[in-house]
Design a protein around this ligand. Structure first.
Ligand code: SAH
Length: 217
């Protein structure tokens, strides 16, 4: 999405970021293209703009972070989305991961528990043209029962265990990707094979902010 506040300099920096993420092992063309399209500098505090295209996580206020591009790319790859599928994200934060998914042609529903972040990101996504992303203020552990089932679920905060409320909202044939663990997290992918059968795979260790309970007004 080309934005008025984007520039050729930013596009150049972004192309370099895409190459870096690719070098670290991301092969999905649709993920790399999406990383190449989202103006990450607009999702960060202006005082960090010069760092926006480094492959690093950064503070976004309210004690939260915008995930590292590699991590966003890794989770997006594991999710194996196809255009048009319905995706639930838990932990909207800056909205960057949601924008990357939107660029991959999916329908994004995203839940954030902190009102301030939810409002700030809602405004930003409207301004940057990601109007179709649907944001919700709520406790992501509970998912969005009224909108379920989802073809894909992605959790972008570290869960102590797999939230049962989310598992039931995954469509049969659907995929959920989430980091599980307290101090550090193991990336887990769950496939729902049938109403009662789930398959689980593990994909290395990551560091996320914790998935907390309740909402912050
Ligand atoms: N996807 C984000 C990453 C943000 S960090 C991005 O691309 O920037 C994780 C986010 O999860 C934080 O904003 C935090 O407030 C939120 N979070 C933590 N626990 C939550 C919960 N139970 N429900 C919804 N959001 C939660």
């Amino acid at each position: 999405m080309l934005n008025a506040n984007d520039s050729f300099r930013h596009i150049g920096l972004r192309n370099r970021l895409v190459k870096e993420v690719e070098k670290k092992g991301i092969t999905s063309k649709s993920v790399l293209e999406a990383i190449g399209r989202v103006p990450r500098h607009l999702f960060m505090d202006p005082s960090f703009v010069h760092l926006a295209y480094k492959d690093k996580a950064f503070p976004i206020g309210q004690g939260q972070t915008i995930s590292q591009p590699y991590t966003v790319a890794f989770q997006s790859s594991l999710l194996e989305v196809t255009p048009g599928c319905k995706v639930l994200e838990i932990g909207t934060g800056s909205g960057y991961q949601a924008a990357v998914l939107a660029e991959m042609g999916v329908e994004v529903y995203s839940v954030e528990r902190q009102r301030k972040l939810y409002e700030k990101t809602q405004t930003l996504l409207r301004k940057t043209g990601y109007k179709e992303i649907r944001l919700f203020l709520g406790d992501g552990n509970l998912g969005l029962p009224d909108e379920a089932p989802f073809d894909r679920i992605i959790v972008t905060a570290g869960a102590e265990s797999v939230p049962a409320g989310l598992l039931v909202q995954l469509a049969v044939g659907g995929i959920m990707v989430l980091p599980v663990g307290v101090k550090s997290q193991t990336m887990i992918r769950i496939k729902r094979l049938s109403e009662d059968d789930f398959e689980q795979e593990k994909f290395g260790d990551f560091a996320f902010v914790p998935l907390l309970k309740g909402i912050v007004k």
